[in-house]
Write a protein of this length. Structure first.
Length: 70
């Protein structure tokens, strides 16, 4: 996937979830398979602060808007 919002999301997730845990791997796979619904579900389970959660939700929204145009 080359969409800039998805790339930003992957980078952010990798920074926040520094260890390559199964959760991080599932999140990365959901992004790579263009599945924002699964990303949202997994983000709900992640131990993010409210600020982090708002940020990632914004990234997901940008990603979803980009999907509509393609």
């Amino acid at each position: 996937m080359t969409d800039q919002a998805a790339v930003s999301l992957l980078r952010w997730l990798r920074r926040q979830l520094r260890q390559p845990t199964p959760q991080r791997e599932h999140l990365e796979a959901a992004v790579l398979h263009d599945d924002p619904g699964e990303v949202r579900r997994l983000v709900d389970l992640a131990p993010f602060t409210e600020t982090q959660r708002r940020h990632v939700e914004g990234l997901i929204e940008r990603w979803e808007r980009g999907r509509v145009r393609t």
